[in-house]
Design a protein around this ligand. Structure first.
Ligand code: ADP
Ligand code: ASP
Ligand code: MG
Length: 411
């Protein structure tokens, strides 16, 4: 008898019919003798709709109230699934985050889970009930509803699996596993049998939204066996593992991630004195803006150009801060660009192979794609390019690193 946590994403519970289908599936797992905790997202589109409602009242909704509003989406789906299960003769009970007591800190809209009280769930499981928990939400120590950031139901699933020491956490979604890159962008993307936590963490943080970053962090930290599967198609999915296989077959690159969420800012003609980076980035950090990539050019005529990227949502705020800094330190000008994209190749195989970055640059050069910024770490290389070349870049890198699926007959 296994204890399994199963999380179903928005499209998998997007309609009443789908919820009935999920109930059929859960029933089968239950009849096979498993103890089950089900974590649900809101119906697809619902969280966006709720955010939009809040924005009609205020451009900058109060975070506490926004959490009260957006957490309702999950409350609807859990009630519906619990009803659908009971209708099938499968005893089930639904709980919101505060009812389970998923205790979080008080950072509304991006709260972190601190503790999960598993007593109620364990008691229900013992009584033979399927427990259906609302994803994405928790409660702080003062009883305020919190949410865990977009895509946060994945994290609820993994955190519950860790707290209950479940045998496996299964993330059911609208693709049948983790692919070499987003299969919606590259038709030749291939499903991976396995991917290491380390690689998955890079992929997630570099833009692959198939799993929320925090969920992967949690799973790695607490060693939760994690699998991504299709909600309604049979198949082995993708296992996220700790072990790096030492096989000859191991590809150098496991996957390609990309995102369109960043913007680039450059401050030109900065007097080149010690402390330049701090003078520029200190006020940015004081404004609570996170910086991703940074490039400082070699000084020329005693001045330098300094470029960095921030989330697009922070672009205007960062621009304003930089204009101020520019006046204070006597720089020449501030320029910005929001039409950029970041493409990254990820793979633990990079540690033992040379020339990976140059192969990436060669492939982009062949397509005449200009690289605006570069950053590397042990298992990834990222480049910033013009957004209009994003899909071309991802497709050509996918081919250059031998990731394309073999052509099926007739293709
Ligand atoms: P859910 O609502 O089930 O949480 P998401 O939309 O959050 O689903 O995540 C699934 C989507 O992630 C897929 O539809 C796919 O377009 C996208 N995706 C991005 N990168 C990848 C990847 N490397 N492998 C699989 N899917 C990916
Ligand atoms: N419903 C939330 C969102 O859309 C959480 C989730 O689906 O994981 O972000
Ligand atoms: Mg998701």
């Amino acid at each position: 008898m296994a204890l399994i946590v199963q999380k179903f994403g928005g499209t998998s519970v997007g309609t009443v019919e789908r919820i009935e289908q999920v109930a059929d599936k859960v029933k089968k797992f239950r009849e096979a003798g498993n103890d089950l905790v089900i974590v649900l997202s809101a119906m697809s589109g619902e969280t966006n709709r709720l955010i939009d409602l809040a924005k009609q009242i205020s451009d900058q909704p109060l975070p506490r109230e926004l959490d009260v509003i957006v957490s309702t989406g999950e409350q609807v789906t859990i009630g519906l699934l619990a009803m659908a299960l009971n209708k099938r003769g499968v005893p089930a009970v639904s709980y919101t985050g505060s009812q389970v007591r998923i205790l979080t800190d008080s950072s509304h809209t991006k709260a972190r889970i601190l503790k999960i009280d598993d007593q109620k769930i364990r008691a229900d499981l013992k009584e033979g009930r399927v427990v259906v928990v609302a994803g994405f939400q928790g409660v702080d120590e003062n009883g305020n509803i919190t949410t865990l950031g977009r895509g946060g139901s994945d994290t609820t699933g993994v955190a519950l699996a860790a707290a209950l020491k479940a045998d496996e956490c299964q993330i059911y979604t609208d693709v049948d596993g983790v692919y070499t890159t987003d299969p919606r962008v590259v038709a030749k993307a291939q499903r991976l049998e396995k991917i290491t936590f380390e690689e998955m963490l890079e992929m997630a943080s570099l833009g692959s939204k198939v799993l929320q970053i925090r969920a992967v962090e949690f799973a790695g930290k607490y060693n939760v066996p994690l699998r991504v599967l299709h909600s309604f198609k049979e198949g082995p999915g993708t296992l996220i593992t700790i072990d790096e296989e030492e096989s000859m077959e191991q590809p150098i690159i496991s996957g390609i991630a990309f995102n369109r969420d960043e913007a680039k800012l450059t401050i030109r003609g900065v007097p080149d004195t010690p402390g330049v980076a701090f003078k520029i980035l200190g006020p940015i950090s004081a404004a609570n803006i996170e910086v991703d990539m940074i490039v400082q050019n070699v000084a020329h005529d005693n001045t330098t150009d300094f470029t960095f990227t921030v989330h697009r949502n922070d672009y205007q705020a960062a621009h304003d801060v930089l204009e101020n800094t520019s006046r204070e330190i006597g720089a020449r000008e501030v320029v910005g660009d929001t039409n950029i994209a970041k493409v990254s190749i990820v793979g633990v195989g990079m540690r033992s192979h040379a020339g990976v970055a140059s192969r990436m640059f060669e492939s982009l050069a062949k397509e005449n794609i200009n690289i605006l910024m570069i950053s590397t770490s042990e298992i990834k290389v990222s480049v910033v390019i013009e957004e209009k070349y994003l899909e071309l870049a991802v497709r050509s890198l996918h081919t250059a690193f031998d990731l394309d699926a073999p052509a099926r007959q007739g293709e």
